[in-house]
Every structure is written in structure tokens, then in C-alpha cells.
Design a protein around this ligand. Sequence first.
Ligand code: ZN
Length: 343
Amino acid sequence: MLRTALVSDRRYLKHFAGRRHPERPARVAVMNEMAEQLGRARILALSPREASVEELELCHDPAYVAEVERSASMPRYDFDPDTHASPDSYQTARLAAGGVLTAVEAVMDGAADNAFAIVRPPGHHALAARAMGFCLFNNVAIAARYLIRRRGLKRVLVVDWDVHHGNGTQDIFYDSAEVLYFSTHQFPFYPGSGRLDEVGAGGGAGYTVNAPMPAKFGDNEYLRVFDDVLAPVVRQYRPEFILISAGFDAHFRDPLGGMRVTEAGFSALARRVKRLAAECCGGRMAAALEGGYDLKALADSGRSVIEELGREAGEPLARVGDGARVIPIIERSHYFLARYWKF
Ligand SMILES: [Zn+2]
């Protein structure tokens, strides 16, 4: 059995985006409650640290960090029509970025084999100089750059299975080969980016891999994309650490997303990532919560992924169903990536 570090904290309830806003404190409340019920033997429970301003600036412009800090002195601050801050949001967002750093440090320092961070606000839409899509700081992007700048790694993989495209993460690393960004997402959908031909630019050409899929695709299509696109690219890239932007809004119950992934599907995706981590980087991986707006889907999927992280990587992969509807997308993906990777 593997030892999984689990980062959680009640302080993540303090960010308040507004009445009836789907990104609400109850999301982490149900995740924390679920985490309390997990078998404690294999779990290393950790409290998050705050990210320092210098760490936030690994990915964000100083003027933008200062803007978020200023929002703490106002009763409410609107970054865009979807993205709002309350007086506690700045501290909570620093704790979210820091929570992913805590998870990554636990794995890097050998305290745990892998990790899951239950954090909010989410991060993958946040750009270097702009909040967007409920996200203030890009938690996973900051962790990726921390691994490169502060831990000396040269290749970090980000797997983003949130139902939305992580435009912020893609943008931050679009011209860099140090971070390979892979995303499955509903398309066309918010935020509009993530087409197959967005493959990176300059020195980062080939290091952005998008798998946009129409609504109603589910476990079999996702698994097939992971097996036929993600796995061959990762085996050639040989990442030294894998981060997962683990949103659960591709779940069939989710009120915002239109996909049909089940909690068993999420654990099968996690198993594939875990096996790639075992092959490439001694199993080093950490997942961070992104979206997911149905409370039951969130807790069930979170449990299923955290339990999967604790199982030995050697167990056989669950059989992939047919998933044939996604084959044309896989073929077009291979077409756009053929200059960079062998399939
Ligand atoms: Zn999302």
C-alpha cells in the first residue's frame, strides 16, 4: 500500500464568492467530512502552509498579487462577472496555493508516496495578471514552477481532467518545455480555449496537449484518450513529477458540466496517471482540487481518487470499454502532435 498525504483545512471555507455562487464553502466542507471517514492508517494528514508572495510571483505579476491583496480591505471585490473576493479571499487563496506546495513538499521530501490537496478557491483559469473563472491564484501552476525553480526539476507534467479547459495553466507555460500541460475538457464550453491545434509555441511547441470533447462523453472516452494520447506522450517526455488539476465537474451529476464521468471513472484515470508516475518518476505525483459543483459527486469522486492513490501501482488497469466515439478526436490529436511525438 502507498502512503498518501492529504492536505485539508477548515480555513478553506472562509473565501466567499457570493450567495448562490456555485464555488461555495460547502464544497470543501463535504470533502473534509469525507476525508475524516477515510481509513487513517495510510493517510498522512497535513495542514497547509501559506504560499509566500515570492512563491505567488513564480507565476503571477507583482501588480496583480497586490490587486488581490487590496481586495481584502473591501467588503466585496469583483474581478469579473463570475469571480469575486470577500475580505478573507486573499489569505484563503494564498493558503490554496500553499496547500498544493505542502502536498508537493511531502512527496519530494519522502514523507508520502503521493498527495491530494483539498483546496479552494480553485486555480486553473487564473492568468499571470488576471483572476478568472472563480480562480484567483493558479495553485497548480505555482507548484509546477516551484518544482522547477526551487527544487531543480526540468520536466513537470500537469494532467487537467476538470471539465473546463485550464486556460490559465496553458497560457503560463505555453512557450515552455519545462511543463507539459495536458487537458481533457468539454468543448465548445467555457472558457473557449483548448482546441486540438493549440499545441504550444516557440520552445514550448508540442508541450501543450489538448483533448477537447463534446458533451455527454464519459468514462470510456476519457480512458481511451488517456491511453492513446496521454500515455505515449508521457512515456517520451519522462516527467520528473506529475501534478493533477483534479476537478470533478466532468461527473455526470455536475450542474455546470455536461459530461458523464463516474467516480469509478475518476479512479481509473487516477490509476493510469499513477502508473505513468511509477514508470517515469518513482511514483511522485500530487493532485489538487479544482472544480466540481455537485456536493455528492465531489465527495464520492474525491474518495474514489484518494483511495486509488493509496493502492499499489502494480495492480492491473481496469479494462477500457469501447469509447469509439472519441477515435476521430484522437486521430486529429495525433495529426497535430505528430511533429513532436510518436504514436
Ligand atoms: Zn471546472
